[in-house]
Design a protein around this ligand. Sequence first.
Ligand code: ATP
Ligand code: MG
Length: 331
Amino acid sequence: RPRLLSGMQPTSDSLHLGNYIGALANWVELQEQFEAFFFVADLHSITVDYDPAALRRRSHRYIAQYLAAGIDPAKSVLFVQSHIPEHPRLSWVLESITGFGEAGRMTQFKDKSSKEGSDRATVGLFTYPILQAADILIYRPKVVPVGEDQRQHLELTRDLAQRFNKRFGKTFPVPEAHIVKATAKILDLQNPDKKMSGSIGGPGCLWLLDDPKVSAKKIRSAVTDTGREIVFDPENKPGVSNLLTIASVLSKTPIETLVEKFAGAGYGDLKKEVAAAYEEFAGPIAEKANALIADPGTLDDILADGAARAQETTARVLAEVYDRVGFLPPK
Ligand code: ATP
Ligand code: MG
């Protein structure tokens, strides 16, 4: 099976529906075809303002939600980034073949640092895309599922792989982006011109671990569009189209089938249906995740097993890299 790798930063106590539909639900499918590695990117989380206790809690909570959503530790390797020291060790090597100007062209850093102010933006945030390249290359994956926002970082990863290979000999396969389908962008229920976002939260964001009744209410209060017809038209009817996308994913029904079903019905009917589908979907996930969160011993066992399996690869690849760049082998 070809190899695949993906991760998320543990930025909140709960994932939101956008994270689920845009990332996690795809992972669950991909683990069937690929030898998959899924991780919690805790090393990346310390590059911005954060709270250590919250980080520790969230790492457990993210793993619990991966498992509750259907990531199967018998099929996939699940781990926390900080358990695998080869990631930052490879990152150092890659930093040493990255141009300062090249790193400075990363638009995500420019966006984030202009928001934070240049004194608050850390060097860690600046080198983040290089650590991300190391996260990927150390596993020699064939494909990396990424959102549109990560395209530039993956391009850097590919450049660094090629540069390393050219200078030190063929070491890294150049990974391909697996851009997940366009329907994967879930919008904020209150501001359907923006994506649903964890850092914004609020009444337009559905948290997987919230009481599903609270989320159902948010869905019933979602902003819809002018007119009254239920059609899938993301340009002109982003609110209604977003609800149709959500309903389609949660009930595994094609959008056209839903549009036919709601012909002549009102927005209120659609919202009620989406709210019901959401409750049915989120109830069991929240229950499973909360049971796992209450059992950190089991989570830690799964992570220890994942780290051991990950290191079967990372230790070997790093040793090869260290040898190629001219470091003495430790005796
Ligand atoms: P923020 O909005 O603060 O950037 P977030 O928690 O909403 O954070 P990320 O941590 O940036 O999301 O992304 C985690 C994963 O979830 C990524 O794979 C990203 O593409 C996906 N994702 C995030 N938001 C959405 C969304 N609204 N629709 C689809 N996928 C999303
Ligand atoms: Mg984001």
